[in-house]
Design a protein around this ligand. Structure first.
Ligand code: XIL
Length: 380
């Protein structure tokens, strides 16, 4: 007897884990080529970007590649340019993945962002950096290595990468005002001055960015503004402040972003939204150690995300783009931190769950957030 199809599908699905179920979601004919293209609607002001995974050639399917080339005019390597990925062993640089990305970007007429020269977070550098044989390196040697790394990267891609995240995540709003890391311990808290001067010297034409998280938070915004002013006072050129913008539903950021762009413009610096995504599962419980054990069990949308949640998400994207377009001459770029929900880091950070933070779903279909952005851009 032939089994009723829906019953057998249900039985089949029952035996699968939540995350593999998503992979079985029906492939819609998303036809990304027939959608309005955000890059065209924005006309380069601002650039519309996406982060691209390492080995994108293998990891992205045909639909995702089509979205990448048709929707975006800027690409950021998600991981392959970070020092610890690029040069795990001293002296052995693995430029292959960046070279392929740069080549792909050229074919698609896309700009490339250099992300990132220094990531001021412990663990975001190779193990050998602060060692000298059996002992700790001294600060002179560490700076020599930083300098050589920056020279190597910026020189190799001069003319092909025109925008660099020179420094990532330096500022803390509480005492001592910066994130204490091996970089600050070995090089001192003023190493950003040396770093920005070096970058400006190597490529005087490149856009130099200071990139940080939660910049939309007024307290952090103030601290970041003060930090960038201090860089300027020390003779550094900072062209852009990057606001990572890892947001979540319910965030009411329009007003803060609006004033952020204006405050940065007042010191002669443009804004970029460098890693935008909107988590549909609030992370607030995770940051409180008491509620963290419960938070990490949350996986409310393992198969698909309800429409009302996607509408709330679209509201957050909408508010970002409203503020961006109201201040567009001072906004360099808006980059989404991924292409579709299938490869988004939000599925793993800060805990494992099936997430839905980007503009395209796992079947590469555009979500309400995509349409709301397209509508704003079309009004320009
Ligand atoms: C993230 C990547 O998306 C992940 O794949 C990786 O495991 C960790 O780093 N701020 C940044 C980005 O500047 O480089 C980070 O990217 C996300 C937070």
């Amino acid at each position: 007897m032939i089994k009723n199809i829906s019953t057998s599908r249900r039985t089949f699905l029952h035996g699968l884990s939540a995350s593999s179920l998503v992979a079985l979601a029906p492939r819609l004919s998303a036809a990304p080529m027939q959608l309005p293209a955000l890059r065209q609607l924005a006309g380069g002001h601002p650039l519309i970007g996406a982060a691209v995974p390492t080995h994108f050639d293998k990891r992205l399917n045909a639909q995702e590649k089509a979205i990448l080339s048709s929707q975006f005019d800027s690409v950021t390597p998600e991981n392959c340019m970070k020092w610890q990925s690029l040069c795990r062993k001293q002296g052995e640089y693995n430029f292959g993945p960046i070279d392929r990305l740069v080549e792909m970007a050229k074919a698609n007429k896309q700009k490339v962002v250099g992300h990132t020269l220094i990531f001021n977070r412990d663990g975001n550098y190779p193990d050998w950096l602060f060692r000298d044989g059996g002992k700790e390196a001294d600060s002179k040697l560490v700076w020599k290595r930083v300098e050589a790394h920056v020279v190597k990267l910026m020189t190799r891609y001069k003319g092909r990468i025109d925008s660099w995240d020179v420094l990532n995540e330096f500022v803390e709003s509480h005492d001592p005002g910066y994130r204490v890391t091996d970089f600050t311990r070995f090089l001192g808290k003023d190493y950003p001055v040396r770093l920005f001067k070096l970058a400006a010297e190597i490529d005087p034409k490149a856009k130099l960015t200071y990139n940080d998280f939660a910049v939309e938070n007024p307290k952090r915004q103030k601290a970041i503004l003060a930090f960038v002013r201090s860089l300027q006072d020390s003779g550094c050129r900072v062209d852009v402040i990057g606001s990572q913008s890892h947001l979540e539903i319910g965030d009411d950021v329009g007003k803060n972003i609006n004033s952020m762009i204006k405050n940065f413009a007042a010191i002669g610096v443009r804004s970029a939204f460098t890693e935008l995504d909107v988590d549909v599962i609030s992370r607030k419980l995770f940051w409180n150690p008491k509620t963290r054990p419960a938070a990490v069990l949350q996986n409310p949308y393992p198969v698909s995300c309800p429409d009302e949640v996607l509408q709330q998400q679209a509201k957050v994207y909408h508010s970002v783009f409203e503020a961006v377009m109201a201040n567009r001459k001072n906004v360099d770029r808006v980059t989404m931190w991924g292409i579709t929900d299938r490869n988004s880091w939000l599925n793993n950070w800060p805990w494992k769950r099936v997430n839905h933070g980007l503009l395209f779903d796992r079947a590469s279909a555009p979500k309400p957030a995509f349409h709301s952005i397209a509508k704003i851009l079309a009004r320009r």
